[in-house]
Design a protein around this ligand. Structure first.
Ligand SMILES: [Zn+2]
Length: 291
């Protein structure tokens, strides 16, 4: 039997529709908020609303803007790895003048040098641990506990050292780098020029400390981070937890490290060494003896 469509029935239907729309809106909002939060954790770019002062091209090297390792959530994730090791003959970007030596991956963390001249083997894969419980950002398992300690100590002082970008795999670095080469070639550059230009904004694969899980980008990827209270705290206390500001502001450091000032990038070297490097005001390259 058909119900009569009375004004009362219409009102009920209309009310139900409104309730459904409200529920969908609330749920949808929650999902979007969650996705934004996830994106914030996974993509440093979206962690800033103000990206004006981190334009690409003004920051040399380091692939900071290119996302921590999404697959880092599991050190057992199966990622196809190439087996070739970078060396002066077969490093894949030798055609553009990049001929790093293979760094000693068995070196003590206080001597483990990773830079444009000393690159990780393509198959290097550190054992990982979460830097801060629940953050989804990973570091070498030997480093992560120190980050957690530093994070907790800062927290007790009312400072939050948000881990933005930790471990990033060699292959992720390679994908970022090669995508940039393609973009540059699409703009009309030849392969050599496209590769050299890519290397000014993204470190060549294997030459970022993030590929080793030894460094963390903290809070921000903006040079203005140096004005934050979090930066001030790090300046005062990072060495107590074994971390150094890896790419200092002065020109001399820039020449030695090959990387412009990055107030957010902290490298673990161990407590004693971090204190020594800080008190002497030297770069890690100088400490290791490869400057
Ligand atoms: Zn970094």
């Amino acid at each position: 039997m058909n119900k009569k469509i009375t004004p009362r029935v219409i009102r009920i239907i209309a009310l139900q529709s409104v309730l459904v729309i409200v529920a969908v809106t609330i749920l949808g909002g929650a999902v979007i908020t969650h996705q934004k939060y996830k994106a914030k954790l996974e993509n440093p770019d979206s962690a800033h609303s103000n990206t004006a002062d981190i334009e690409e091209g003004t920051q040399a090297s380091d692939a900071e803007k290119n996302d921590p390792e999404a697959s880092a959530s599991s050190s057992t994730t199966k990622v196809p790895e190439t087996t070739s090791s970078p060396d002066e003959e077969n490093y894949p970007y030798a055609y553009a003048g990049f001929t790093p030596k293979v760094t000693d991956v068995n070196a003590d963390l206080s001597k483990f040098i990773v830079n444009g001249k000393y690159s990780l083997p393509a198959d290097y894969k550190p054992q990982l641990a979460e830097a801060v419980k629940g953050s989804g950002v990973y570091l070498d398992y030997r480093v992560a506990p120190y980050y957690q300690q530093m994070y907790d100590a800062a927290k007790a002082d009312g400072i939050t050292l948000t881990p933005i970008s930790g471990y990033r795999s060699y292959n992720r670095q390679k994908n970022n780098f090669e995508n940039r080469i393609k973009e540059n070639m699409n703009k009309g550059m030849d392969k050599v020029e496209a590769t050299k230009t890519a290397a000014t904004v993204i470190m060549v694969p294997g030459s970022s400390e993030h590929n080793a899980g030894l460094a963390m980008d903290i809070c921000s990827l903006s040079e203005s981070f140096e004005n934050y209270k979090e930066f001030e705290w790090l300046n005062e206390h990072a060495a107590e937890y074994g971390f150094i500001l890896r790419y200092p502001k002065d020109e001399r450091s820039r020449e030695i490290t090959g990387v412009v000032y990055e107030p957010w990038h902290y490298r673990f070297v161990g407590v004693e060494v971090a204190k020594e490097i800080k008190s002497k005001g030297i770069t890690f390259e100088e400490y290791v003896g490869v400057a």
